[in-house]
Ligand binder design. Structure first.
Ligand code: PPS
Length: 296
């Protein structure tokens, strides 16, 4: 029997050509053959792009802004992560999904080519949230410091090199964002940007409401914005990940709800790192028309 200790701080593993967290790899066959329901709503993101934020927003939308209903359980139960499986620790994302009533919210960080076919066959609604790569890199570095299921990140300098080379969980940010962006030409995908939600939450939440074919009045929208602000979520034990054992997430190293801003990368990137990043970014991203805002 594998214990949780056996999967801590292990190197990433490759499944179907993609690097993923060591602990999740044994579950891969189940993920690949996962059977969706037609009314499943997929929340797809590259890690650290604001997944938890829009997960809570979407749960509130589905529950017409009813805060009491949204307090029914932890975010990991309300919005299970499809590929999450930690041996001996607790139930997997798939087992939790099987228990959840429809319509289910399904979180995943999988690149588009690895999304279980069933979601596309059932024409499930997908919401993809992207965040500017520089803030993602900084957030991911801190996450790898505090999440013992991830390999240790090394120094910031070492980590940034790994990030740029795509040698981190879920691979290259560039490929992830580009391939999901292209996928929306053939599948119903609402493509959102973290920085837009930050700048104009009402406008972006309205897009989510329309996409989910809901109809919520202004008062409810304001309630959702208030309840899902960074300050509120940071102090909410149902969504701030403090419910996980400290063997898994050690918030003393860095809190999960860290800063929640656009532009924190400026506190970490040197001028040389920024120049190198920009050059790689330009080469990688010139083929698509997608503009990110890197500070607000
Ligand atoms: S994960 O582990 O990949 O699911 O993480 P994810 O939830 O995608 O991303 C975590 C980052 O999102 C920030 N966050 C928020 N920003 C603004 N508003 C709200 N409400 C919010 N909730 C979470 C969180 O702080 C992480 O970003 P950083 O930059 O590290 O603070």
């Amino acid at each position: 029997m594998i214990s949780p200790k056996d999967v801590l701080r292990k190197d990433l593993r490759t499944v179907s050509g993609c690097l993923i967290t060591y602990a999740f790899a044994d579950n891969w066959e189940k993920v690949e053959h996962f059977q969706s329901r037609p009314d499943d709503i997929v929340i797809a993101t590259y890690p650290k792009s604001g997944t938890t934020w829009i997960s809570e927003i979407l749960d509130m939308i589905l529950n017409d802004g009813d805060i009491e209903k949204c307090k029914r359980d932890f975010i990991t139960v309300k919005v299970p992560m499809l590929e999450m499986a930690v041996p001996g620790l607790r139930i997997s994302g798939i087992e939790q999904l099987e228990k959840n009533p429809s319509p289910r919210l399904v979180k995943t960080h999988l690149p588009v080519d690895l999304l279980p076919k069933s979601f596309l066959e059932n024409n499930c609604k997908i919401i993809y949230l992207a965040r500017n790569a520089k803030d993602v890199a900084v957030s991911f570095y801190h996450f790898d410091l505090m999440n013992n299921l991830q390999p240790l990140p090394g120094t910031w300098e070492e980590y940034l090199e790994k990030f740029l080379a795509g040698n981190v969980a879920y691979g290259s940010w560039f490929n992830h964002v580009k391939s999901w962006w292209k996928k929306k030409e053939e599948h119903p995908i609402l493509f959102l940007l973290y920085e837009d939600v930050k700048k104009n939450p009402k406008q972006e939440i309205k897009k989510m409401v329309r996409f989910l074919e809901k109809n919520l009045n202004d008062e409810i929208l304001d309630k959702i914005i208030y309840h899902t602000s960074f300050e509120m979520m940071k102090d909410n034990p149902l969504v701030n990940y403090t419910h996980l054992p400290s063997t898994v997430m050690d918030h003393s190293k860095s809190p999960f709800m860290r800063k929640g801003t656009a532009g924190d990368w400026k506190n970490y990137f040197t001028v040389a790192q920024n120049e190198k990043f920009d050059a790689i970014y330009k080469k990688e991203m010139s083929e698509i028309e997608l503009q990110f805002c890197t500070e607000i």
